[in-house]
Write a protein that binds this ligand. Structure first.
Ligand SMILES: O=C(O)c1cc(=O)[nH]c(=O)n1[C@@H]1O[C@H](COP(=O)(O)O)[C@@H](O)[C@H]1O
Length: 277
């Protein structure tokens, strides 16, 4: 099944726009996992099991695995999710960007090695650096547009030759030129609801991956108001640390589940207000 269909089915089945982000930091793991060689896998597996019912997607941040020499655990985790939660779209957050011959290998890594449904990519090197991902027609290609960090403005606000800020140029390029197979999405931070609304106005119902609520302090009602598509969905609103580390005690699983549920509910309360009025 193609990524966008899987995502639409997940939005409908779960009634959730929340994406649970897996950024596993062993320093913050509960004591019961300390010393275990498979701690990253076990932590993430438990988080997926207790939060999946509240999520429309799961996002795995590759650097947290590779910096710990735990790519094998990432592989096992992706296989576990495909097996036990087959309707949950897997987003591999890798933010890759390189010339086409190299990008081909990054695409194979994401889609074949890890079996991800979608991958985040950096558009800075232009169309030929993105094409190898697009050639995997059933897969999602999620392009950085207006990132959630303050430094994002350094380049994303530079005026392009077309007289618009670079992030809008990226949004337009992706929507009008790169998305010929309907497999693209954009990353827009929840920390910038004004720009989120501007991006939404330019890209129709294209899915938006929206990180920045939770630990980065993005405002949920403002995010939802700015980013909903014409059908009242269209967003993967990511929260990682605020869910993963909701408790460092013995109740870490329950606390993560409760945080995911509360975040889903806060998003849906905001959604009802927008759609109702
Ligand atoms: O592409 C991303 O996922 C991403 C883009 C962006 O602009 N900002 C951003 O925070 N992210 C990722 O989203 C996650 C945010 O984590 P929390 O701040 O803990 O919710 C991290 O995995 C980041 O790498």
């Amino acid at each position: 099944m193609i990524f966008t269909q899987k995502l639409e089915q997940a939005w409908a089945a779960t009634g959730s726009l929340l994406t649970v982000g897996l950024d596993p930091d062993p320093q913050r793991f509960p004591a019961e996992l300390s010393g275990r060689p498979d701690a990253i896998y076990e932590f993430c597996r438990a988080i997926v099991d207790v939060t999946a019912q509240y999520a429309c997607a799961i996002k795995l941040q590759i650097a947290y695995f590779s910096s710990a020499r735990a790519e094998d655990q990432l592989e096992d985790l992706c296989a576990y999710i495909q097996d036990q939660h087959p309707n949950l779209p897997i987003v591999l957050d890798a933010k890759r960007g390189d010339i086409g011959s190299t990008a081909t290998h990054y695409a194979t890594e994401a889609f074949e090695r890890y079996g991800a449904d979608a991958v985040t990519v950096n558009p800075y090197m232009g169309y030929d650096s993105i094409e190898p991902y697009l050639s995997w027609r059933s897969k999602g290609v999620i392009v950085l547009c207006r990132t959630s960090n303050t430094g994002g403005s350094d380049l994303q606000f530079v005026e392009s030759a077309q007289g618009e800020p670079l992030y809008l140029r990226v949004a337009r390029l992706v929507a009008e030129r790169w998305n010929t197979s309907g497999q693209c999405a954009l990353v827009v931070g929840a920390t910038f609801p004004e720009e989120l609304a501007r991006v939404r106005a330019h890209v129709g119902n294209m899915p938006l991956l929206v990180p920045g609520i939770g630990a980065q302090g993005g405002d949920i009602p403002a995010t939802v108001k700015a980013g909903l598509d014409s059908r009242g969905t269209g967003m993967l609103i990511n929260s990682s640390r605020a869910i993963l580390y909701a408790s460092g005690g013995d109740d870490w699983r329950e606390a993560a589940a409760a945080a995911a549920r509360a975040t889903r509910d806060a998003i849906n309360t905001a959604r009802s207000l927008v759609l109702g009025g």
